[in-house]
Design a protein. Structure first.
Length: 78
């Protein structure tokens, strides 16, 4: 999730483990994020899960917590 970690190799280790993820997942990014959507799409492809873009900036979940709660509940309920 975060580029910086307490480990020397940081995000590279997280990337290496994405293919091993066995939980149901969805990768989401804000439509106005300052990061390229291709990064998020590549993460979703590596996991084998959907990638969605949602209205908002990089921290779209914190911009509207009621919407964030609804989105998480929708994804958890299938």
């Amino acid at each position: 999730m975060f580029e910086v970690s307490s480990e020397e190799r940081g995000a590279r280790d997280a990337w290496a483990h994405l293919a091993s993820l066995r939980a149901t997942a969805t990768v989401a990014a804000g439509t106005r994020s300052n990061l390229p959507p291709e990064w998020f799409a590549a993460q979703a492809e590596r996991v084998g899960c959907p990638f969605v873009q949602l209205d908002g900036g990089h921290f779209f979940l914190q911009e509207d917590t009621a919407r964030a709660e609804r989105l998480v509940r929708e994804r958890l309920s299938g």
